[in-house]
Design a protein around this ligand. Sequence first.
Ligand code: ADE
Length: 232
Amino acid sequence: MAVHIGAKKDEIAESVLMPGDPLRAKWIAETFLENAVCYNQIRGMLGYTGYYQGKRISVQGSGMGIPSAMIYCNELISEYGVKQIIRVGSAGSYQTNVVLNDIVLAMAASTTSGINNTRFVNADYSPTASFALFDKAVRFATENNIPFNAGNVLSADEFYEADPDSYKIWAKYGVLCVEMETAGLYTIAAKYGVDALTILTISDSLVTGERLTPEEKETSFFKMMEIALAVA
Ligand code: ADE
C-alpha cells in the first residue's frame, strides 16, 4: 500500500490510463475494460485494473492540478512499477483552428507552475512526451482517419485566470490549449525514466467562449479513448 493508493503490489498494471476525474476512471473501466476490479478508493480517487483486448491495463484518477497528478504518478511508478501513463483529459482551446471536440496530442507542456523552476534552481525545464507513445498515437490516428492536432500545451495552475486575456501570449507562441496536469506528469515520468503521453479533447474555447455540455463531453471522449487504448 502507498500513502494515497491502497492497492497491493501486483494489483496495478504496467500501463495506466489517467483521467483527472475519478468518476471518469470508473466510466472508462466499466465501458472499455473486461473483468475490471477497483483497487483504490482512498479519497475517492478511484483506480481499476482490467483487460482490454487481452492486455492488462489500469485506469487511475489523478485529481485536478499538477500537485495532485504528481502524487499519483509518483506512487504508481515508484511503488507499483508502472512503466507508462497515458493521461486522457479535456482542455480549453487557445487557437481559432483548434475547435470543440478536437483531439490534441501534447508533445510538450509549458506551465505557469513553479515546480520546475524550483527543481532546476531558477532554470527552465521542458516537460516532453515520450516519443515512442507519441509516435504510436500519431500512427494509429493517421491509419484510422482520426484527425488530431499536435504541439505544445499549457498546464496552468489556475482554472479561473485573474486576467481573461492572459492566454493571448501563449496563443501567440503557438500553444494549442490549456489543461492542468501534463507538465507534472511529463516531469515525473522523466525523473523515473518511464513513458508518458497526454491526449486531450477540446471541451471549451478561450477564443470563442464556447463550451461542451457534460453530455457532449462524454460523446467526445470516445474518439480520444480509441487512441489511448490503442497506445496502451
Ligand atoms: N480543462 C478544460 N478546459 C480547461 C480550461 N479552460 N482551463 C484549464 N483546464 C481546462
